[in-house]
Design a protein around this ligand. Sequence first.
Ligand SMILES: [Zn+2]
Length: 207
Amino acid sequence: MIIFGTIAKILNSKEMLSYDCENCNSKGTVTFLFLARYFHIFWIPIFPTSKKGISQCSHCKQVLYANEMSPKMKQDYFMASAKAKRPITHYFGLFFIGLLCCMIIFIVYQNSVNETEYLANPKVDDLYKIEKNDTYTLYKVYEVKGDTLIFKTHSMSTKKYSGLSDLLKKYKNDYADATIKFTKDQIKSMQHDTNSEFGKIYSIKRD
Ligand SMILES: [Zn+2]
């Protein structure tokens, strides 16, 4: 099954100029035809590729490429080619990718705004994703005392960042009883200094 490749579509030319055929001498039987290709995945247009045109005689079926046309015809051919526009749908994939990029940028921006807010006004049960000594774990805010945050640490750690999703879902209540304390300044250093002795904060989650 072909799941990607290129597809050619005939472009609608609004101005259909017609010419006399130099091959069979029929009157007004020669017209231009333009083909635009686009790259597709599962037949969904992703981005435009080539655009080509020909002239064709409806009587003798002679086909001419631009380099075989008379100078006058070639001039008209290029004018007609400029007017034969691709439909906007050929750009669907590009628009979609652009939209996706905008959404990702927005989400990343929104997360950073949220995290600034979570740091400024911490709440009990805020979850901090932490990297320390090449392992990842979770700290959960247990108590907020003025400028000091008291955390319970997750009883497990993982070698991979992606492993944190297991800690968040399967072992979401497995926190040690012991607590650790950080001042807000220490927390800030954990956010910006990747070599902080307290570990590094990857992100902050609030439900
Ligand atoms: Zn002809």
